[in-house]
Design a protein around this ligand. Sequence first.
Ligand code: TYM
Length: 331
Amino acid sequence: QNRVFSGAQPSGNMHLGNYLGAFRNWVKLQDSFECIYCVVDMHAITVWQDPADLVAQTREAAAAYIAAGVNPEKSILFNQSQVSGHAELAWIFNCVSRLGWLNRMTQFKDKAGKNRENASTGLYVYPNLMAADILLYQATHVPVGEDQKQHLELTRDIAQKFNNDFGVEMFPLTEPIIQEEGARIMSLRDGSAKMSKSDPSEYSRINLNDDADAIALKIRKAKTDPEPLPALAKDLEGRPEALNLVGIYAALTDRTRDSVCTEFEGQGFAEFKKALTDVAVSKLSPITGEMRRLIAAPDHIDAVLRQGAERASAIAAPILKDVKKAVGFIG
Ligand code: TYM
């Protein structure tokens, strides 16, 4: 049986990277899979979140999922902390996962920065909780951006070790689904850094709640170079900012980078940016409008999340029961 699970952290504004790397693929998968989409608030608090902001950001994340096309009638949409099985299974995985495995996680190194002694212990065991999110539902497929690949490898290692240690066929070896275009959207200011919620520069990213003027301004200010577009994307090597803008255009229009290059061959980036702005505004404006409408009715969002949590709990409960039995817990 196939089941999809994925999630995003409500730790700031959802942005174009989240949309192109994740949400738009979540939407497509709803037709062929049973899908569970989670706002991972427990992951968000691995770095400090002001409680009132966390409430707003959790609702905003849920609104972004729905506005992007996640259908909460069909798919399950909920926030992680409402289903206690995530925390329970994460504890068991803390005891299955190895220090050596976590020490290799590049996201921890990036996020903890230089002052590692002062990082929360939650940030360190974060990947164990992520494995629990996925395996609590025995999910077989996880659509994510490129940056989550290493965490999914760890999820497979944990599943395999659990199955071996306890001599059971409990967990599947989950496959990532990573799209060709859009899996790694870079900062608009620096083609070597990924577009991220935590980048201090607002000009580095397009947020899903940006209006048309903000999108136009950010694309106009995006870093590029004076060379025109080449005929083929491979000739953009060594021009990371240019490659990123072409990649964004390709992902937004469901085309390949080569076909975008061919269309704009010989044109400069001033012209290309105008075309990119038109495409970005026409794709994102309806999403932004719908998000605003949804956020204006927080009670409705909270009800959707509550219902989703009930449905998620119903799937998780028998699995967690089997896990506890396998481990040797009475009850
Ligand atoms: P998060 O919240 O950082 O991002 C959510 C999703 O957006 C993708 N993404 C990007 N894709 C392309 N380009 C970018 N610049 C970009 N930035 C973000 C991410 O790859 C992700 O798919 N650990 C996860 C959340 C998580 C999760 C899970 C995901 C917790 N449990 C279980 C899947 C399954 C995270 O921090 O994503």
